[in-house]
Write a new protein. Structure first.
Length: 268
C-alpha cells in the first residue's frame, strides 16, 4: 500500500485503538482511487478543502467514524460511516448525488495487529485482501472517478507484418488496396523463397541466373536463334514456346542435377 506509510506516521499520535489504524487504511484506499477528504461529520464545515490527509478530530468517536469525500473530478461526493459492532467494523458509504449506498463488514483482527500499533511494518496484515474488499464493496458499486480509468494499450496495427515471412497479411477493408510485399532483387538473397510457403518471394536455394535480378534483353524469335532457328522461322507476332536453354552457351538450373537420396547405391 504505497503512500500509506507516511500517512500512518503523520496520524500515529491519534491512533490508540486497532479500529483507528483500520480507518486510516480505508481512508488511504479511497485516496488511491481518486477521492479526497473534505472533513468530518454529516454536514460541511467552513473553509473546507479537499485533502489527502485525515481531518482534525477524525478519531474522536471510537464507535462511529464519519468522514466525507469528494472525487477529484467533482462528480461524486461520499459520506462514509464506519460503525463498530463488537470486533467488526461496518462500512456504510453513500453517494449523496446518486443516492447509491454500499456496505462492507470487516473483522478488525483480520487486518490489524493490535499489539503492533507503533510499528507500521507490522500493524497491517492481509493488505491485498483489504484492498480487494474496499474496491469490490465500495469503489466498484459507486463508480470510480473518471480520472482513474485505465489507459488502453497502444495499437500495433502499424507494425510491418512482412517481418515474419510465415505471418499472413492483415485483412484489408473492402475497396482498400493491399500493401505490396517487397521482392528482393539482390542476387545474394538466396534462401528467401524457401522460407515463404506461399511462393511469393524470390531467392531460393538454387541460384537461377535468369532470375538473379540482373536485367536481360528480351528474345525476339522472329530474328532467329543462332544455332537453333534461322531468321524468319517464326513469323513476327506468332506464338512461340521456347525450347532448350535460352541464349548461347547459357544453361539454367537443371532440376535433375541434384542427386536423389541413396545416389551412391550401386543397385539404383
Amino acid at each position: 500500500m504505497v503512500g500509506l506509510e507516511p500517512l500512518y506516521a503523520w496520524a500515529r499520535p491519534a491512533i490508540s485503538r486497532p479500529q483507528d489504524a483500520l480507518v486510516c487504511g480505508i481512508h488511504w484506499e479511497l485516496i488511491r482511487h481518486g477521492y479526497r477528504c473534505l472533513g468530518t461529520g454529516d454536514q460541511p464545515g467552513p473553509d473546507e478543502r479537499k485533502s489527502e490527509l485525515l481531518p482534525a478530530g477524525w478519531e474522536a468517536n471510537k464507535e462511529v467514524y464519519t468522514l466525507r469525500y469528494k472525487s477529484t473530478d467533482g462528480a461524486r461526493e461520499l459520506l462514509l460511516k464506519a460503525i463498530m459492532v463488537e470486533d467488526s467494523m461496518i462500512l456504510n458509504v453513500m453517494d449523496r448525488r446518486s443516492q447509491k449506498v454500499s456496505d462492507v463488514t470487516l473483522a478488525v483482527a483480520d487486518y490489524i495487529n493490535s499489539e503492533h500499533l507503533d510499528d507500521f511494518h507490522k500493524v497491517y496484515k492481509n493488505t491485498e485482501e483489504l484492498r480487494t474488499r474496499i474496491t469490490s464493496g465500495i469503489i466498484a458499486p459507486l463508480g470510480a472517478p473518471a480520472g482513474k480509468a485505465r489507459m488502453e494499450p497502444e495499437s500495433r496495427e502499424d507494425v510491418i507484418w512482412d517481418e515474419n515471412p510465415l505471418r499472413l497479411p492483415p485483412r484489408q477493408p473492402m475497396g482498400a488496396r493491399a500493401p505490396s510485399r517487397p521482392s528482393p532483387l539482390s542476387p545474394f538473397a538466396v534462401g528467401g523463397e524457401d522460407l515463404d510457403p506461399f511462393g511469393g518471394r524470390s531467392g531460393g536455394m538454387i541460384v537461377d541466373p535468369l532470375h538473379s535480378g540482373i536485367p536481360h534483353p528480351g528474345i525476339d524469335p522472329s530474328s532467329g536463334i543462332p544455332g537453333r532457328l534461322p531468321p524468319g522461322a517464326v513469323p513476327p507476332g506468332a506464338r512461340f514456346d521456347p525450347f532448350g536453354p535460352l541464349g548461347a552457351g547459357r544453361s539454367g538450373p537443371d532440376p535433375d542435377h541434384l542427386p536423389p537420396p541413396g545416389y551412391d547405391d550401386m543397385f539404383m
